[in-house]
Design a protein. Structure first.
Length: 363
């Protein structure tokens, strides 16, 4: 595999700017490389009803930071209001998944539907073919000619997991200038560029839930429809306690169960949205030797079983497994060693030589 060919230096490029240090440095780098860069921020969510807008992504404060960075770098800057699209494609999906007892990944959906699909479309309306972002990942070309996402050099910041479902057409338009940098180098570059965001703290919570209270947010978005109390049971069906509403929990969760008097710690092993029941058990009951995924997207073509390192959540290290393609855009994953906390709704991403060869959504 070789690094994807660089674009012509005189080419115009849209740089997605969130107001954070990563996208700000990406803008500076593209300008330094000779591109005619245009900074664009996406207004995704109305924070006017939030008590805490700080520490989030894409807030009004972030928009102001992005504008100041664009002025410093010397590029034009625009804000695109994408609130309606964000609500439809990301927020509604987030709520729907939790109500189906699945654990969503809003960042993956936001990347695909807005930060890439919509932004590429908007760039085309400006007569611009390429888009750059501050993701910690790289794009490489396989010997077959197909483009693939490669892990970022900074493994702690690597965001390739969120990019598995990008199409070849999207990858052809994208630039990830931070792929071969670590966070320390990015901040140093921000200082050398004189950017006001060089020391800005990172956002960790989901941008549209700055207080991290998922159940309250879901209930509010459902027009006050209260989450219903239900039973917490063990694997034999014995009732151990009550929960305030199953959308407050995910597979593998321990916090918030409020179960006392047990001999050992217990974790959520199953969620039944129909019966409004949560099953818990000791950690070993979370272990599974295999799982299946749907809506699989392949970067390369495979017809039979293949070996890969499979990552089943963002902070998961990835483990050896055999992946077998199935009919209907599905695949079966058989792990060399059983894995815990395999949560429906999360992604399983397949890697070979640190490159994404495919991925899908856990069933």
């Amino acid at each position: 595999m070789t690094t994807a060919e660089k674009t012509e230096k005189t080419e115009k490029i849209v740089v997605a700017m969130s107001g954070g240090v990563d996208s700000s440095v990406a803008a500076g780098i593209m300008k330094e490389r000779g591109f005619e860069a245009v900074g664009v921020s996406l207004q995704l969510w109305n924070y006017s009803n939030s008590d805490n807008r700080f520490g989030t992504c894409c807030s009004l404060d972030d928009m102001a930071d992005a504008r100041r960075v664009a002025e410093r770098v010397g590029i034009p800057f625009y804000i695109l209001n994408m609130e309606k699209k964000f609500k439809e494609e990301v927020v509604d999906y987030f709520i729907s998944e939790y109500m189906q007892a699945r654990t969503p990944i809003p960042c993956t959906m936001c990347n695909q539907k807005l930060k890439f699909e919509e932004l590429i479309h908007k760039a085309e309306s400006f007569g611009i073919k390429r888009v750059a972002t501050g993701h910690y990942a790289s794009i490489v070309k396989h010997s077959s000619g197909r483009l693939m996402v490669r892990r970022g050099r900074d493994r702690f910041k690597d965001q390739s997991y969120f990019l598995f479902n990008l199409s070849q057409e999207q990858l052809e338009r994208l630039e990830f200038p931070l792929g071969d940098m670590d966070k320390k180098e990015v901040r140093e570059r921000a200082r050398s560029l004189g950017l006001n965001v060089a020391e800005k703290a990172e956002s960790h919570e989901i941008c549209f839930i700055p207080d991290n209270d998922y159940p309250r947010f879901i209930a509010k978005q459902l027009n006050g429809q209260a989450l219903k109390e239900g039973e917490i049971v063990n694997s034999t069906g014995k009732v151990l306690g009550k929960h305030p509403g199953y959308p407050a929990f995910t597979i593998g969760q321990r916090k918030g169960l409020n179960l006392g008097g047990l001999k050992e710690p217990v974790f959520v092993t199953h969620i039944d949205p129909v019966l409004n029941r949560i099953t818990v058990g000791p950690k070993h009951e979370l272990a599974r030797p295999d799982c299946t995924v749907n809506q699989v997207k392949w970067s390369l073509e495979f017809s039979g079983p293949l070996r890969a390192d499979v990552q089943i959540r963002y902070r998961h290290q990835g483990v050896p497994a055999t992946v077998t393609p199935l009919d209907g855009l599905r695949a079966k994953i058989e792990f060399d060693e059983p894995q815990i906390s395999i949560a429906p709704g999360q992604s399983a991403v397949f890697y070979q030589d640190d490159c994404v060869i495919g991925g899908g959504w856990l069933e």
